[in-house]
Design a binder for this molecule. Sequence first.
Ligand code: NAD
Length: 479
Amino acid sequence: MVKNYINGELVEAVSGQFFDNYDPSEGTPYDITPDSDERDIELAVKAAEKAFPKWSNTPVEERSAIIMKIASLIQRDIGEFARAECVDNGKPLALAKTVDIPRAIRNFEFFASAIHGFSSESHSMEDKAINYTLRNPIGVVGAISPWNLPLYLFTWKIAPALITGNCVVAKPSEITPVTAYMLSEICIEAGLPKGVLNIVHGYGHKTGKAISSHPKIKAITFTGGTKTGADIASIAAPMFKKLSLELGGKNPNIIFADCNYEQMLETTVLSSFRNQGEICLCGSRIFIEKPIYEKFKKDFTAKTKKLKIGDPLQANTDQGAIVSKEHMEKILSYIQLAKEEGGTVLCGGNRVELEGRCKNGWFIEPTIIEGLPYNCRTNLEEIFGPVVTLIPFETEEEVLKMANSTEYGLASIIWTENLSRAHRVAAKIQTGIVWINCWMVRDLRTPFGGMRSSGVGREGGIEALRFFTEARNICVKLQ
Ligand code: NAD
């Protein structure tokens, strides 16, 4: 049973109510989650406010040591964490073990170490005056995260908020609450002082909304859908809260004929279907230069057909379950829409019924669609599942126009061995992250975030440390 973590204690929701948590690979409930509301958020904010003066004045070495301890305890329990993430989300166990949980550990380690190099500026006005900037913690901050990379994204927000001296009220997705609950147990064991981190579980429209509308929560870091981001901003902006919004995407993967073909092919299978395509950075629109279109189509389809859809707990599974029934139905409705828009399904397109334990699970075949115009709904709206479209192109200008045609601007991928072209296209493509001849290569020091409807603000490295602090300039007259 999942519980809230408020003021250092594991407690039930004030309402006393719970809702079911599903195992997507079986399609059945296996646990219960507290149905929290504004009363629980109020308790969490009070605890965070009480903890703030002491935590924000705790020497940075001590804060860092506690955060490092949290990282080492997750490392100790990595097997349990990976299994829990796999069961809760439906992702393959191997992925949770090699990507999700190691990255959650790394998030804590990275920020516990990055804080030591976090300095602020000084501006001298010759012998007239000197300015220096103080970067102080904000106070109580809110963090709201999605279900696709549950612990990975939850900790990406919590770690920089805590290390800069803030106290946090955090809400994981109601669809994948378990590893956040396990993190609360780890925080207690690591000796994180009471109230410094509070984890409140529940639905977005209740618990999440109570966070965005609480007057004492001065900053909100959110990752999730674009529409939810707009809702949060509409409540938080008039209250002058600091906001960092990491939202949806519809990322282009642009393949030029002169690319390193084998490397591109191998990576494109991953950038299309990893985590069942439920990664905001997946390249769901694949643009292929005409001379290699037919060859790519044949090879890519053949490789995709070999992906093993199966029990996420099995070591040889490439494609696990879709996170929820509702999300599975949404993806299937987009495949139907693609057909209605005139698309041809080259492979996949259907729900999969497995044998045994996963018989009623929510599985969808990796799906490739061609023959659609670049500006139809299928090619403009975020599907967030194992569905990609193939679109041929002839010139750089044409592909840039098509790639930049959605409202989104999160990430893009460019495949070419032509150095000048790689830089030229990267400069003109309107996304916050551009990968050239690679995908998902992440250095945590780099700014991370999207343009346009993919978000506002940047996370990662110094950007995150700056987001969670308030810059103040002190000017001292020298004579
Ligand atoms: P979602 O927006 O439905 O939910 C995200 C979180 O917000 C959940 O915790 C949810 O409970 C909460 N929430 C929902 N309604 C709320 C409200 N009115 N007020 C406050 N909180 C509310 O998103 P999701 O379905 O969990 O995640 C998928 C989306 O996340 C996709 O659009 C994907 O692209 C995006 N995403 C973006 C990034 C990024 O870095 N840009 C990373 C991962 C996922």
